[in-house]
Design a protein around this ligand. Structure first.
Ligand SMILES: Nc1nc2c(ncn2[C@@H]2O[C@H](COP(=O)(O)OP(=O)(O)O)[C@@H](O)[C@H]2O)c(=O)[nH]1
Ligand SMILES: [Mg+2]
Length: 566
């Protein structure tokens, strides 16, 4: 059986040169001062990102996955030491629940619309169990629980999941799901369960997200020692055959010898994971800090190289970098092109998608209407008002649900735009570097120009009920006993055009929001190149005094950074 971790450093992508944390903090402090003093404004974002990372140090996510009833929630409860999560013979977990150490016991429910609510941990079942929260009709995205009992796993956040299928379908998108942040996964297989193609598929998908996958064979108490060994061997063979890879398998039981199983899992997986987490975070921070120091030194060296030239030479370089070829204008034009191309596509992308939802929505509303109508009373005028109120309620609920559950899909076009802008910025940076290299004769290190992806809040649906009865006056005269069926049919027939009209209106609302984001990101990207150009301009405009200071600051920074820049 392969160990869950090889050497803790072996599978890390980042080079490991252990510099102490206070050293990194000190470097960051200095870089901040230098950039402030010499106005290297283009580095302020990188500095902010490093600061965020230093503040991070949060827990590593361990996903607990597996078919319904295999014992995921029971397993987590046994780590906690008491029954916090609902457990049951029938599947009981309907929402993703994340559990981690906290000095005070507390739980928070987050809904798809972004609203959240503090709840008592005793009420967890109300929100996460399928019997109460049927098909997640409470629209819960996640439930977060903090418990003092998890102190032994301070660096780990356990993620209890509803069942195999739903983990991946949960959000209907993959690139930025919580799975992409998962540090490790425990795939739970019950000893009373047979493996299906489904399970292999799930593991296959899972290993794209994390190399750290272990199998937990739960309900080990159902097997004799011989049976257990046989099962372990068989599992190992089947997994190897299906996935061309071996996995560490840990037997577990929440009924018998709990401490023994737990201890082994802790020693080989859980504790090693937190140790690795710290190393990984530290390495990323070092990596970022190094690239920041590098960028800062690039600017400083560029300034020094410029100051060594006479005025005529300086002007020639300035001309090269800022004017010839009009790199700045060229980049702006490219950004505009990306914006235009995507803006033209927004209507198609949003409307075609929403239009496709119309039929099923009409069917749903028609069924609901048939159920609702018999309870309506009164003359035609009153029936029409009841229909309108009913339709407005139903339709806005439908539209809000789309905003909640389909927002990632609706944002597809925004993601594409963002990546287009990022490419243009990348090209800008590369040409800048090659121009500096050609004119000043040294090679600055390439650094990235990342910028934010802006996700708008969903629109508030404005419903029109499209009831077109010219009946205000006549309606009192129409005897309902005779015409009720006719009127009901009229209402039925209105559903389809009204749904179409509202979807189209809703589509326009979404389109407007998306267009706004595309424009905002465009402005940001333009600012980014402006900052870059402004920072380079600064390098040409230093007086002698500043130059003296800059030279000694450069020397000082380079000396201090030797540890980091090896
Ligand atoms: N025999 C045995 N049954 C268990 C064990 N762990 C859980 N179960 C039972 O398996 C059923 C499903 O457990 P649950 O934790 O809700 O599974 P989940 O759906 O994967 O979260 C419950 O009836 C548990 O009592 C175990 O270690 N041994
Ligand atoms: Mg469960």
């Amino acid at each position: 059986m392969p160990p869950f971790f090889q050497d803790p450093n072996e599978d890390m992508k980042y080079e490991v040169i252990h510099v102490p944390r206070p050293y990194i903090l000190d470097m960051m402090q200095r870089i901040g001062e230098i950039c402030g003093k010499f106005q290297f404004i283009s580095l302020s974002r990188q500095i902010a990102a490093c600061k965020d990372l230093m503040a991070e140090g949060g827990p590593i996510d361990v996903a607990v996955l597996g078919g319904a009833g295999c014992g995921k929630s029971s397993f987590i409860n046994s780590l906690i030491g008491r029954p916090v999560l609902p457990v049951g013979v029938v599947p009981v977990t309907s929402a993703i629940t994340r559990l981690q150490y906290g000095s005070r016991e507390q739980a928070t429910v987050t809904r798809f619309d972004g609203t959240y609510q503090a709840i008592a941990t005793n009420d967890l079942a109300t929100f996460t169990s399928d019997s109460v929260n049927k098909s997640n009709r409470l629209n819960i995205e996640t439930v977060d629980v903090e418990l003092p009992d998890l102190e032994d796993y301070e660096n780990i956040r356990f993620i209890d999941t509803p069942n195999i299928g739903s983990v991946f379908q949960y959000h209907g998108y993959t690139s930025d799901t919580w799975l992409s942040h998962v540090g490790a996964a425990l795939v739970v297989i019950g000893a009373d369960q047979t493996l299906s193609g489904h399970d292999f598929e799930m593991i296959r998908e899972l290993i794209q997200y994390t190399p750290h996958v272990a199998i937990l064979l739960t309900k080990a108490d159902l097997l004799s020692t011989d049976q257990r060994n046989e099962t372990l061997e068989l599992l190992e063979r089947v997994l190897e055959r299906e996935l061309n890879r071996s996995f560490p398998i840990y037997p577990y039981s929440t009924y018998q010898n709990v401490e023994k199983w737990k201890h082994r899992l802790e020693a080989e997986v859980l504790h090693r994971l937190s140790v690795n987490r710290n190393i990984l975070l530290k390495n990323i921070l070092q990596h970022r800090c190094r690239s920041l120091v590098q960028s800062c030194l690039n600017y400083m060296d560029t300034a020094i190289a410029i100051s060594a030239m006479n005025l005529r030479e300086q002007n020639a370089v300035r001309e090269q970098i800022f004017h010839q070829g009009g790199l700045y204008e060229h980049t702006r034009a490219n950004l505009t092109a990306v914006a235009k191309e995507n803006i033209n596509f927004v209507h198609k992308a949003v409307w075609e998608y929403l239009r496709g939802l119309s039929k099923s929505m009409e069917n749903r509303l028609s069924a609901e209407l048939s159920a609702a109508m018999p309870t309506w009373r009164g003359n035609l005028w009153r029936l029409s008002r009841q229909y309108e109120a009913w339709f407005t309620d139903m339709m806005s609920e439908e539209l809000q649900r789309i905003s909640r559950t389909e927002r990632r899909r609706l944002f597809g076009i925004l993601r594409k735009t963002h990546s287009g802008y990022s490419d243009v910025l990348g090209e800008f940076r590369s040409s800048m570097v090659s121009k500096i290299k050609a004119t000043l004769n040294f090679q600055p290190t390439e650094t990235e120009l990342a910028f934010d992806f802006i996700e708008p809040d969903p629109p508030h649906p404005e419903i029109s009920s499209a009831s077109d009865y010219p009946v205000k006056y006549l309606s009192f005269l129409i005897p309902m006993i005779l015409f009720r069926k006719l009127v009901e049919n009229q209402f039925r027939e209105q559903i389809s055009p009204a749904v179409k009209q509202n979807l189209s209106q809703f589509s326009r609302q979404w389109e407007k929001l998306i267009l706004k984001s595309i424009r905002t990101m465009h402005r940001q990207a333009v600012y980014r190149i402006k900052d870059e150009v402004a920072t380079l301009q600064v390098l040409f405009n230093m007086d002698e005094l500043q130059m003296e200071e800059l030279k000694s600051a450069t020397e000082d920074l380079r000396k201090r950074a030797t540890q980091l820049l090896v």
